[in-house]
Design a protein around this ligand. Structure first.
Ligand code: BGC
Length: 754
């Protein structure tokens, strides 16, 4: 999207916002936006109000603020006016929200609720899933997507999202990979911050989740234990959370998993030591859903009261759907096992967020508001723009794509070709399948009036358990010029509790593809899924592969790419394995003492598969080509407080205008600890006309070139570094520079100024 269009979109967003102002609640209320603190005066004002209110609260009312309750069968509406609930989850419409807001006002102190919901990639209009969004490699796109998602949710009164998911994962078996940014901590930090900013701009408070290590479960199994060295925790898994805190996230959610022997939900070292003491986070830590209850199953609490006490003292302020705090904390205080000051601190955090958000001043939402006004024309336009940027062209032998002018007929096959529900992906909030434009519908609309015929035969049903429709699909393929096979995963095959032991497309889809390939027609594979899928041997015979992810409401964007109206520019935020047996697999691995050598068995590898991924991290093709040259360091060496700066020339050597994500990787070849073979440290997306060359300047603060020791000390070691610039993690334009001085931050020195 050009900056001109981006400006137009923002103007539209603002215009929409102003239009909403016609209701009693001007929406979105710019002045009531969740905004980071703007100054000491405001900080004092909020703190004064917090302390004043706290002084008037009973113990029960205080603990009420720590109680987070869901809509649903167990909800007793009468409880909402008792002051014994602080926040609500799963309220998703203006009627329920306004009713709850009125009840809150009837409580003795009239403290407003936080209304939380998992708005992860859309409220009514569904944008591409977060992993897809990461493929855009664009903080601008992430900000824009989050802003629109928040605008729609905030319109009906929801004010708190349980997003962004800041969990790094190097294991594509893990179902929740789809909710995050993939395997790289730098990309993850940049995009997590952008998402926080975007949600804020759209009117919602955020929750960085799941703190921490949830993305590294053993065997890729959701909810399983993680073992992460202290240095990896700090180098890989914590940075995106830190970025969220720095961007002003109001909340952090503790994770379900055990990390290094202690459940995250009861981990004082992480929740209080790192998050609060080191980073100075002064917002809310919430539990995950009934997560405090799980401390019993984890075997670290004998009863409900002990579970409540352990989680609370570790640093969990809010109990989401556990009712452990409301049932036990008051007794724990009276028994002297939980100090009253700790209760006050936790309540302060909750009230602070509510005051900062302006909730006390917000009017009750107009109950006539309905999400059916979405997806609006503007929201669809933005969703389509964003979706286009997320599509990754993985392979394009002989320029099979885009379709040629002489293409007269296209067979569209596969269970995901017309899957308006599945294409939305998991966690759809108020998603409606009938809003969605499917892949085949997008192709039909694009082909209308051009004389190009679309022959649609799915070939099998949603789960592709049988190939009853194969003959019809093959007939369609034989009578068409080209075949588009849309295969992958149904919606619930990715997401929470959707880890997979097999990574092949679900059911018999690969058999279907094999039969299509056997017709001799060119087959274009469009993968609709929440993760890379294993394509097996047949994958080696497919000339063109486009990763469509779960594209959301506007899958018509896929037609834009297939027809060549939009030149793809997405890049993989995760390494694409050849087979599940290679996992975990990440480009930023440590070197081995025995690098792979085909001629030597006793080197790194498998006897039955290669060690490289099928498609590397950062990979993604375009309909044009880019050449990199003339790498020049601004100077040969840099001090610890400087930024390493370099220039490189990128030329569009093809015949079409296109965008390229210029990526910069660094390696510290000799250090006191073994360092990754490559680490992404900077990237920039640029647009080039055919033949145009641009000199791109990239900077990396030298302080970002270091690593953590096991005791938590952070060091940037002096010496020579290698730097690589290019269009994927295989970038081969190389330079070298020297860091002249050591930077060392001992663990104890990191305590935040408070
Ligand atoms: C998930 C969280 C989510 C919560 C509320 C849990 O099961 O782990 O990510 O925010 O439910 O829906």
């Amino acid at each position: 999207m050009t900056s001109k269009t981006s400006l137009a979109v923002r103007v539209l967003a603002l215009a929409t916002a102003l239009l909403w102002g016609s209701g009693p609640q001007a929406q979105p209320e710019r002045e009531n936006r969740v905004a980071p603190m703007t100054g000491m005066a405001q900080r004092l004002d909020v703190e004064t109000r917090v302390n004043d209110l706290l002084a008037r609260m009973t113990l029960d009312e205080k603990i009420g603020q720590l109680n987070l309750i869901s809509h649903g069968e167990t909800l007793n509406w009468d409880d909402l006016s008792t002051g014994r609930i602080g926040a609500l989850i799963n309220f998703n419409n203006a009627q329920d929200i306004s009713r709850a807001q009125r009840l809150a006002r009837e409580s003795r102190l009239g403290i407003p609720f936080l209304f939380g919901l998992d708005v992860l990639h859309g409220f009514r209009t569904q944008f591409p899933v977060p992993l897809a969004e990461a493929a855009a490699f664009s903080p601008r796109i992430s900000r824009l997507a989050a802003e629109w998602q928040a605008l729609e949710a905030a319109y009906v009164g929801i004010n708190w999202t349980y997003a962004p998911m800041a969990d790094l994962s190097r294991d594509v078996r893990w179902g929740r990979l789809v909710e995050g940014f993939g395997e790289d901590p730098h990309l993850g930090s940049v995009l997590t911050a952008a998402r926080v900013e975007g949600f804020h701009a759209g009117g919602m408070a955020t929750t960085a989740k799941h703190f921490v290590g949830y993305g590294a479960p053993e065997g890729g199994r959701d909810y399983d234990t993680t073992n992460i060295t202290s240095s990896d925790l700090r180098d890989l898994y914590l940075p995106s959370f830190k970025a969220a805190v720095d961007a002003g996230t109001e909340a952090v959610m503790a994770a379900f998993n055990v990390v290094n022997g202690l459940p995250s939900m009861a981990n004082p070292g992480l929740l209080t030591g790192v998050l609060r003491n080191e980073w100075g986070f002064d917002g809310i830590v919430t539990s995950d859903w009934a997560g405090i209850h799980e401390l019993l199953a984890h075997g670290i609490a004998a009863d409900d009261a002990e579970a409540a006490r352990k989680a609370f003292l570790a640093g969990v302020d809010m109990d989401m759907m556990g009712r452990f705090y409301i049932n036990h904390l008051a007794d724990e205080v009276r028994a002297g096992r939980v100090p009253m000051e700790r209760i006050d601190e936790a309540v302060r955090r909750v009230l602070r967020v509510k005051f900062r958000m302006g909730l006390f001043e917000r009017p009750i939402v107009d109950e006539r508001r309905v999400d059916a006004i979405f997806p609006s024309t503007e929201a669809r336009a933005v969703a389509r723009e964003i979706t286009r940027e997320t599509l990754v062209l993985l392979r394009n032998w002989n320029d099979v794509l885009p379709f040629k002018a002489e293409t007269r007929s296209i067979a569209v096959v596969g269970p995901l070709s017309d899957a308006t529900r599945d294409q939305l992906g998991p966690h759809g909030a108020r998603a409606h399948a009938e809003d969605a434009v499917s892949v085949v519908e997008g192709l039909r609309r694009r082909a209308a009036g051009t004389g190009v015929q679309i022959n649609h035969v799915p070939g099998c049903d949603r789960y592709c358990t049988s190939l009853d429709g194969l003959d019809a699909a093959l007939a369609a393929a034989r009578s068409s010029d080209v075949v588009v096979a849309v295969i992958g995963e149904y919606e619930k095959a990715s997401g929470e509790a959707a880890s997979r032991a097999y990574l092949t497309p679900v059911g018999r889809q690969l058999d279907l593809v094999e039969a299509l390939v056997a017709t001799g027609k060119p087959v274009v594979l469009v993968v609709v899924a929440g993760r890379p899928v294993e394509l097996g041997r047949v994958g080696e015979r497919i000339p063109a592969i486009l990763m469509g992810w779960f594209p959301g409401t506007e899958a018509g964007a896929i037609a834009d790419v297939l027809f060549g109206d939009f030149n793809p520019s997405g890049k993989l935020p995760v390494s694409w394995p050849r087979t599940v047996g290679q996992l975990p697999l990440a480009y930023n691995r440590l070197p081995t003492g025995r690098p792979p050598l085909a001629a030597n068995r006793y080197t790194l590898g498998y006897i039955d598969e290669g060690v490289t991924p099928l498609f590397p991290f950062g990979h993604g093709l375009s309909y044009t080509t880019f050449a990199y040259s003339d790498l020049a360091l601004a100077k040969p060496s840099f001090g610890a407080n400087e930024s390493m700066e370099l220039r490189a020339t990128v030329r569009n050597t093809g015949t079409r205008a296109g965008q390229e994500v210029v990526q910069l990787y660094v390696r510290d070849p000799v250090a006191s600890r073994s360092r990754p073979v490559r680490e992404l440290k900077a990237f920039e997306k640029i647009a080039l006309q055919p033949g145009e060359a641009r000199t791109v300047t990239l900077r990396v603060p030298v302080r970002n070139l270091g690593f953590h020791l096991e005791d938590g000390t952070y060091v940037v070691e002096p010496g020579e570094f290698q730097v690589f610039v290019g269009g994927s993690s295989l970038a081969d334009l190389e330079g070298r520079f020297t860091v002249t001085e050591e930077l060392r931050i001992e663990a104890g020195q990191r305590r935040a100024a408070r």
